[in-house]
Design a binder for this molecule. Sequence first.
Ligand code: PMP
Length: 410
Amino acid sequence: DLGLDVRDIRGDFPILGRVMRGGAPLVYLDSAATSQKPVHVLDAERDFTLRHNAAVHRGAHQLAEEATEIYEAARATVAGFIGAEPDEVVFVKNATEGINLVAYALGLTGTVTAGKNIVVSEMEHHANLVPWQELARRTGATLDWFPLTDEGRLDLTSIDDLITEDTAVVALTHQSNVLGTLNPVELIAERARRVGALVLLDAAQSVPHRPVDVAALGADFLVFSGHKMLAPGGIGVLWGRRRLLADLPPFLTGGSMIEVVTMERSTYLPPPQRFEAGVPMTAQAVGLAAAVDYLTALGMEQVERHEVELTEQALALLSDIPGVSVIGPRTTEDRGATVAFTVDGIHAHDVGQVLDEVGVAVRVGHHCARPLHQRFGVAATTRASFYVYNTPEEVETLARGVREAQKYFG
Ligand code: PMP
């Protein structure tokens, strides 16, 4: 059996041993918001901080050399995880910053101008919508979007009207943080390439959960956050094609990203340094590399398969409950382990509260995807999301909790 040894994995996450108010053990089903961290990640950060800490790329002393070496090794580890080269990997704060960096820079290069369009979708997280709204507003470009089908997939029927010779950028989520939908990004990237448009993928919900190879996707830029993949907060990744990054102006300017500075003007280092102004989040990068090592040791195919099993179980158990409706694909062929649902007559916040009372942590609300919720005519959903440490028993607890909410409010 090549499956994950979940009991073993859980031992690496002390937080999962917590007993919550009311005496129930924690059932953590909110990894799509942020994941828990294994001791390996904390140990790596701690070891770096206690033994090697120094400002990278600066001092002439041994510690600075060690810190730089460890930081750059972390970059190489992260690059390898997504099939990229180290100099194509920029460390940023999170996916949000990565998207803002690209949107800002593309406004400066003249890639996005009046008369051009930017294409997103109706299922975007606000992080991959608002920066493009801003860019469109600043440049006079148009913002267009793929609508959604009732099953929660991209409606591709209008693709020829959306992606045209005027398209400058297509910015799409790889996997929805609400519906779980895994989008056919290869196909869309191919269409974008034909008209010379750039493609940015928001991979915040895909890179943590399945094998991702940037070359195979055909994208130009891809972003994700460490905190959703067992790593610390405050570290994320922007991957970009070397040639494109080389032509991109910086987002933040200051120390560490310059070549020569005079009082009048400055020249900038090549990527990735050009995009890493100031002293970076070094221990966090080390933690991210440790998380990548941890996931790699589990095997991303196994991670994906484990999540498919839990998702199938959740879809089956939830659809067995009268009054519960899942929004998003009902089969696991093109979806991940994020299950959002409504319960007839009960507000998501009340569902969440009853679940909280039995130790089940889920997210309620619009999950930073308000237009998506409007599309489905709901103000809020309850969202359960699964990761490497979740068990079938926990999925059962979720379903039981939803039935209890119905009894309580019904
Ligand atoms: N995109 C998607 C699909 C997400 O799920 C999230 C996190 N909820 C983000 C972007 C933003 O990630 P962060 O807050 O770490 O920048």
